[in-house]
Design a protein around this ligand. Structure first.
Ligand code: CTP
Ligand code: MG
Length: 173
């Protein structure tokens, strides 16, 4: 079993390619109200969780809600790929502005498995090349994450490790 130590008040950024199991992980370990998903925010602002043209507006709304939750002292999980440095920088900034610790949880599964899962979903229509690019972004992310300001970077590699992970909350005081 892999134990993920997470401060009881944290901003948790899930990091992983499409099909790595971020939303499944979020559902399993957190209450629905703790999870802010980019899909849900795209749907909220554009009635379509796949409308990429809505991403900027969706993330603006997501960051706003994340900031409100942190100001109120509520643990918040961001369910988005978070594969780009600028996407993660925005989360680190929101966390810091509220004196909350940013934590990254990386889900890393074999690309073939992520593709198999993604291909089987009616609500995911992008091609193999898009997933390959995400995988490259993930590889690059490893080096960057530690120096971006995440207080902890937890990496779960492979389905077994992801399935066996448990979260342990650390008291802040
Ligand atoms: N899945 C699975 N077994 C797991 C985890 C996920 O079979 N242990 C399946 C899910 O049921 C889903 C697909 O794989 O159909 C993708 O999982 P999901 O958690 O939705 O992946 P995300 O990383 O959230 O993908 P996206 O970035 O596209 O939202
Ligand atoms: Mg998802």
């Amino acid at each position: 079993m892999t134990t993920l130590d997470i401060p009881e008040l944290a901003l948790v950024a899930l990091v992983g390619v499409s099909g790595s199991g971020k939303s499944t992980f979020a559902r399993r370990h957190f209450a629905p109200s703790q999870v802010l998903s980019s899909d849900a925010f795209r749907a909220m602002v554009a009635d379509d969780e796949n409308d990429q043209s809505a991403s900027a507006d969706a993330f603006e709304a997501l960051h706003h809600v994340a900031a409100t939750r942190l100001r109120r002292g509520r643990l918040t999980v961001v369910d988005a790929t978070n594969l780009q440095p600028h996407a993660r920088a925005a989360l680190v900034r929101v966390a810091r502005e509220h004196d909350v610790l940013p934590v990254a949880v990386v889900l890393d599964v074999p690309e073939a498995l992520a593709w198999e899962r993604t291909e089987g979903r009616a609500d995911r229509t992008f091609g193999r090349q898009v997933l390959a690019r995400m995988q490259r972004d993930l590889r690059r992310s490893y080096k960057q994450l530690a120096r971006e300001g995440f207080r902890k970077v937890h990496v779960l590699r492979g389905v077994e490790e992801i399935d066996a992970a448990e979260i342990r909350y650390e008291k802040l005081f």
